[in-house]
Design a protein around this ligand. Structure first.
Ligand code: FAD
Length: 429
């Protein structure tokens, strides 16, 4: 047969072969065996300058309680939640049980009545587990409970504080908007008074917890351009809270928008003692303080993972921890963690005596977020290829810290706050 006449037959055979149902090859099993070079339960907290000696037994007990909670209940499940982008709702009652919701608020309203240093250490330990879980607790304690306690009426305190502390209600904080982030004085959300009712219109973005919240603290400008805070139940008509799904960071947390379309709230929902931007800014100071400590928890997790790995992983016939270049990375990490711990400890003592200035918080937030992010990136490299998997916690922490360095004032915003403090010159505009 001539060659040309064979071609249509060959094409037919190929097409036929493609059309035939092929049995799917068996799916190879994903190897989920624990890594050989790191054991979460072998965590050793870096304390190079023996800061433990400065802590009371009571404070150490509180810290150790949260540390054990993270090791036993958070670490075994958190990677899977982050991979699936799902919030671990089952942990919420435990946050209340371990006093992580409003630790410094007075006991009469359900708070823990703990010192600022105890609170900081609790946030440090929680963020060793995951920045998203610390975000949940920071928002509840610093951005919802604190303003109710500081600026609210007795009725508002009694209604919300014990319920938030017991995790019977969840709160969120709406300051940022689609067009307004670093400069909240430009906020577009409006509150119009009609007799005893306020009508809220606007759009908040990046609100942690919002789509699972019962109450949103919404900051809005009134008709005289004065910023006011309103406690808005999220089941009110006109409120919607679409989740922001498309993130590579804080995947085990919930971040949402809050859309307010002619939402009516009674005047009793307004925080009467908050007037002007200093209301929301004072809340941010509280939350930033917690972040200063929390980020060092994430850094400790990354450092200790890299340390264990370096001792156990062998290349060129010896543990990689024996190579000078690997040691330099670990020493840089422990050096920066130690400096940040000292910064936090001093900041805590200033807060305790009521002399802490917001600019001092800015310096620590700026330093500690940057430090933690650099440690996470360095630890990720020390883990080699496996460092990009969820077998180790490092890449999750690294991605989380990309949000933490941005929220509650970006690195640049804190630079400008401290820059103005040291020069007396405003470089914001
Ligand atoms: P922009 O303000 O648009 O800034 C963009 C860039 O410009 C940044 O690098 C910034 O540093 C820089 N920039 C801005 N102004 C200046 C200047 N004058 N000089 C130099 N550089 C400047 N907000 C809430 O209200 N509630 C929440 O619960 C909350 N949770 C969050 C959770 C996550 C995961 C994230 C990512 C954000 C959250 N935020 C929340 C919002 C967060 O606080 C803002 O993202 C942050 O303040 C920055 O605002 P922006 O994203 O609009 O950035």
């Amino acid at each position: 047969m001539a060659r040309g006449s064979q071609r249509p037959f060959a094409i037919f055979l190929v097409l036929f072969a493609f059309a035939m149902p092929h049995p799917a090859p068996p799916e190879p099993e994903t190897d989920r065996s624990p890594p050989e070079t790191w054991r979460p339960e072998a965590f050793e907290a870096p304390d190079y300058y023996a800061l433990d000696e400065l802590l009371s037994e009571e404070v150490k007990d509180l810290r150790d309680e949260v540390r054990a909670f993270v090791t036993n209940e958070v670490e075994p499940i958190i990677e899977e939640h982050a991979q699936e982008a799902s919030f671990p709702h089952q942990l919420i009652p435990a946050f209340a049980e371990h006093g992580l919701l409003g630790p410094t608020l007075p006991a009469e309203y359900g708070g823990g009545g703990h010192s600022s240093i105890a609170y900081g250490l609790m946030m440090q330990e929680l963020e060793r587990g995951d920045s998203g879980l610390r975000s949940f607790c920071s928002v509840t304690g610093s951005l919802v409970m604190y303003p109710i306690w500081r600026y609210g009426t007795e009725a508002q305190k009694e209604r919300w504080l014990p319920a938030l502390a017991r995790a019977e209600a969840i709160g969120c904080f709406g300051l940022t908007e689609p067009n307004v982030g670093s400069n909240p004085s430009d906020m577009e959300t409006r509150a119009r008074r009609e007799g005893d009712t306020w009508v809220l219109d606007g759009h908040k973005r990046w609100s942690t917890n919002a789509s699972m919240a019962d109450v949103a603290l919404i900051w809005a400008k009134d008709e005289d351009d004065v910023v006011r805070g309103f406690l808005v139940e999220t089941d009110r008509e006109g409120v919607s809270t679409p989740t922001i799904d498309e993130t590579w960071s804080l995947r085990a947390a919930v971040t949402s928008e809050v859309v307010l379309d002619g939402v009516q709230v009674p005047d009793s929902a307004r925080l009467p003692h908050a007037e002007g931007l200093k209301g929301p800014l004072s809340c941010l100071t509280q939350a930033r303080y917690g972040i200063c400590w929390g980020t060092i928890g994430a850094a400790m997790a990354c450092y200790d993972t890299a340390r264990q790995h370096a001792q156990n992983r062998e290349q060129f016939g010896q543990p990689i921890g024996g190579f000078q270049l690997m040691q330099e990375r670990l020493v840089d990490m422990v050096q920066e963690i130690t400096k940040a711990q000292l910064l936090n400890w001093r900041l805590g003592t200033l807060k305790e005596t009521g002399t802490m200035r917001p600019q001092q918080v800015s310096l620590a937030k700026r330093n500690n977020c940057q430090t933690a992010l650099e440690i996470a990136r360095s630890a990720r490299q020390m883990l080699g290829g496996n460092g990009v998997t969820s077998m180790y916690p490092v890449m999750r922490h690294m991605n989380n810290l990309e949000s933490v360095v941005t929220y509650e004032g970006t690195h640049e915003v804190h630079t400008l706050i401290v820059g103005e403090d040291v020069t007396g010159l405003n470089a914001f505009t």
